[in-house]
Design a protein around this ligand. Structure first.
Ligand code: SF4
Length: 247
């Protein structure tokens, strides 16, 4: 399991306690009402194997593109054993539809490694997961969070956008991209209420996809307005949002 930063005061300036509490409460309340119904969140698909498949497919790919491929894939390869034994061409015939064609090979290799070297069990640590083909920091965190309920941070473009806007982290002010990325992971870790990583990370992703969207964030219906640095420093945002929301 990933650990919390040793000295939380280092990032306390980004996350004042009152603001952090409001952010957590507002996000969970919003998610309770607006969460998306996605196939990989359904009870029958909440196994480590099926979550791993969804995360490999979702990386840098739109949800709507992934849904039919994911469903077809699991119909044909319902378990990691069936996937490990399947011919690569048959796997790719389904996954190549996602547009990033190496993913079929990754999935087959992962299945073989897990069956042959890990007794059929998906690893449960960041380091072990990142040794699997195609599994980077984001995918490993998502698997830990969604398959094993760890409070692991995940930072995709949606999450990064929400956190940087609400907490006022400006990428251009960082000389080193690695330093910025490191801070975003620290923030993404520290905002998770203890033992709620599973639900909180889903909420962050949905919020970034539905409310705090890239081009015209929907500030007029956003529960974060009172605490959001971006909103406070872009006073024109509300009127733009109303313009874009107009029928
Ligand atoms: Fe995003 Fe606007 Fe909400 Fe801030 S107020 S979190 S910019 S939608």
């Amino acid at each position: 399991m990933s650990k919390r930063r040793k000295d939380p005061s280092e990032i306390e300036k980004w996350l004042p306690p009152d603001k952090l509490e409001s952010f957590q409460k507002n996000l969970l309340a919003w998610y309770h009402i607006h969460q998306r119904d996605l196939p990989w969140r359904r009870p029958e698909n909440m196994t480590p194997y099926r979550i791993l498949v969804s995360e490999i497919m979702l990386h840098q790919t739109q949800v709507q593109t992934v849904i039919p491929v994911y469903e077809k894939f699991l119909e044909r390869f319902p378990t990691i054993e069936t996937l490990a034994k399947a011919p690569l061409e048959e796997i790719k015939a389904i996954t190549d539809g996602l547009g990033y064609k190496v993913r079929g090979s990754w999935l087959k290799e992962i299945a073989e490694i897990i069956i042959e070297k890990n007794q059929g069990k998906i690893p449960q640590t960041l380091d072990e997961l990142q040794k699997l083909p195609g599994v980077g920091r984001y995918t490993a965190g998502a698997i830990l969070s969604f398959a094993f309920q760890h409070d692991a941070p995940i930072v995709d473009v949606n999450v990064e956008r929400v956190l940087s806007r609400v907490f006022g982290v400006n990428k251009s002010e960082f000389q080193s991209p690695a330093k910025y990325q490191h801070l975003m992971y620290d923030i993404a870790h520290c905002v998770i209420p203890p033992k709620k990583g599973f639900i909180f990370n889903q909420a962050l992703m949905d919020f970034g996809a539905l409310i705090c969207i890239a081009r015209s964030p929907r500030c007029s219906v956003c529960p974060m307005r009172l605490i959001c640095i971006y909103y406070q420093t872009h006073p024109q945002q509300l009127s733009m949002d109303q313009f874009f929301d107009s029928p």
